[in-house]
Design a protein around this ligand. Structure first.
Ligand code: SF4
Ligand code: SF4
Length: 239
């Protein structure tokens, strides 16, 4: 394995060799883990009667970021970001890692995990928000615009990537129309913050059905202008 690592560095450390390197490291750790006292091959299927896909999985920091980015890409977040950014709402604004015309120079687990009100709303409506939160809750070391996530760690939950670009295209078109038709500067950005706040509040009222109903009603009112999105959603998940 050491030889493989040396070769990786000698050939320029390109993406292919990074992946090969990660593969070797992950497998090395897996083998070490399986050699631990008390671990047998049969443990993999019988330990605590857990199915294989529920057992802790060794992952790398870069794999987790890639996973999150793929999820966002298939979700079609770029459609929404385009409208948001052209209305002055970029969440990367003022960040020292942002290079003009190039983009983020220091992708990290924190920024990948973070969702603004619009993206949060998409996942809320499609029922995927809990899965997203559960996935990122197991990733240690997240901070503001940087991370201290270890290079390798164990996770148990995974993200199921789904193509929802048709939904984000519809939401982007609603946002574009709203921004054009409202004279107030930053109308959609205020909307983004209100939706964000309400969805966050839902987390804290699990044992208060009356409050939960009230917040859900607020979200419905705030999103009542999203005509294209609601139409696309009803076609995406026909009842
Ligand atoms: S705030 Fe949301 S929509 Fe706007 S650029 Fe950031 S992630 Fe995209
Ligand atoms: S570190 Fe985060 S906020 Fe900064 S440019 Fe990258 S994604 Fe944007």
């Amino acid at each position: 394995m050491i030889a493989a690592v040396v070769i990786c560095f000698h050939v320029g450390y390109n993406a292919f060799y990074i992946q090969t390197f990660e593969y070797l490291i992950v497998n090395h750790f897996k083998m070490e883990w399986m050699r631990m006292p008390g671990f047998t091959i049969s443990d993999q299927s019988t330990r605590n009667s857990q199915p294989l896909n529920k057992l802790p999985k060794l992952v790398s920091r870069s794999m987790v970021i890639e996973n999150g980015m793929n999820f966002l890409q298939e979700m079609g977040s770029d459609h929404i970001c385009k409208v948001c950014i052209s209305n002055g709402g970029s969440c990367c604004s003022g960040c020292r890692h942002l290079s003009n015309g190039v983009g983020c120079q220091k992708r990290n687990t924190s920024c990948t995990a973070w969702l603004c009100g619009f993206l949060k709303y998409m996942l809320y409506e499609t029922g995927l928000l809990q899965e997203w939160n559960d996935f990122w809750d197991q990733v240690p070391g997240q901070d503001y615009r940087e991370d201290f996530t270890p290079e390798y760690f164990f996770t148990q939950k995974s993200l199921h990537i789904q193509n929802m670009r048709v939904l984000s295209e519809a939401l982007a078109s609603d946002l574009h129309e709203l921004a054009r038709s409202h004279i107030a500067i930053g109308f959609i950005l205020t909307l983004r913050e209100k939706i964000d706040k309400n969805i966050d509040q839902l987390t804290y009222c699990k044992n208060d059905p009356a409050r939960e109903t009230k917040i859900k009603r607020n979200i419905k009112i705030l999103s009542s202008h999203f005509h294209h999105f609601h139409k696309a959603l009803s076609e995406f998940y026909p009842r």
